[in-house]
Design a protein around this ligand. Structure first.
Ligand SMILES: [Zn+2]
Ligand SMILES: [Zn+2]
Length: 240
């Protein structure tokens, strides 16, 4: 009996799925092979829905930043850092980085297209690791997201910054100390020309924005015309 090519491919697909089931790119639940997101995530993901505050990246309804000016022009993100997205970031860092980076970068690229539609970018860059971090960690999550976001937006991804010292992880610190913790830690990478460039700066998560602001400051001091930021997720500010 002859098996048609299409029937064979369907059979092969099912066989692969039996051994390597297709999982939701956010929560990891097993889903039908033709899908990328489960029903629950479609309904419940903490999406940031326009209108968006350009100063803090929150929905305008959630914004409590009083339009405090940052070094960057504006920030956007597809999601708040809560619920399933916390789990998603964990999976991204520790499990399936390449596959998830592609999916998450697609979300980030659409946020950029939507929020920064009138901006013409010259380059995409990312919050760098120190040389020691690059040796000891499997990868830099911000860099991988930047590379895939750049590809989606058809822009070059360039290493424009370098990190000089190790710092305490920002999540262990509180508001003011976070700014001090990153002060003077980044500088423009050698042999980089920033003159008049409009840069899209990528990080995985924004909490207070201290790291992004410091990186933006260095890019501007190095000659960049403007810096815009995009992260995969933003930690929602708590009303005091
Ligand atoms: Zn899901
Ligand atoms: Zn705001």
């Amino acid at each position: 009996m002859q098996i048609g090519k299409e029937a064979f491919l369907r059979w092969w697909d099912r066989l692969l799925c039996a051994f390597f089931p297709r999982r939701c790119v956010y929560c990891g639940a097993v889903i039908r092979p033709e899908r990328t997101v489960c029903d629950r995530c479609v309904r419940e993901l903490p999406r940031i829905v326009p209108p968006v505050c350009p100063f803090c990246g929150h929905e305008k309804a959630d914004c409590i930043c009083n339009h405090k000016k940052q070094k960057f022009q504006a920030i956007c993100a597809p999601f708040y850092y809560e619920n399933t997205i916390v789990k998603a970031v964990h999976r991204y860092k520790f499990e399936d980085r390449d596959f998830l980076a592609e999916a998450y970068a697609r979300n980030m690229a659409s946020a950029v297209r939507r929020e920064f539609s009138d901006v013409s970018f010259d380059a995409v860059t990312f919050v760098p690791f120190t040389k020691k971090q690059m040796r000891t960690r499997a990868f830099n999550p911000s860099e991988l997201l930047a590379r895939h976001t750049a590809k989606e937006l058809e822009l070059p991804c360039e290493t424009l910054l370098q990190k000089l010292y190790e710092t305490e992880p920002q999540h262990r610190l509180t508001g003011q100390t976070r700014t001090g913790n990153v002060f003077g830690v980044y500088e423009v990478a050698p042999d980089v020309s920033l003159d008049g460039k409009t840069v899209l700066l990528i990080d995985d998560i924004k909490t207070t924005g201290a790291t992004l602001s410091e990186c933006a400051k260095m890019l501007l001091l190095g000659g960049a015309k403007a810096v815009y930021c995009c992260t995969f997720a933003i930690a929602r500010s708590q009303k005091k």
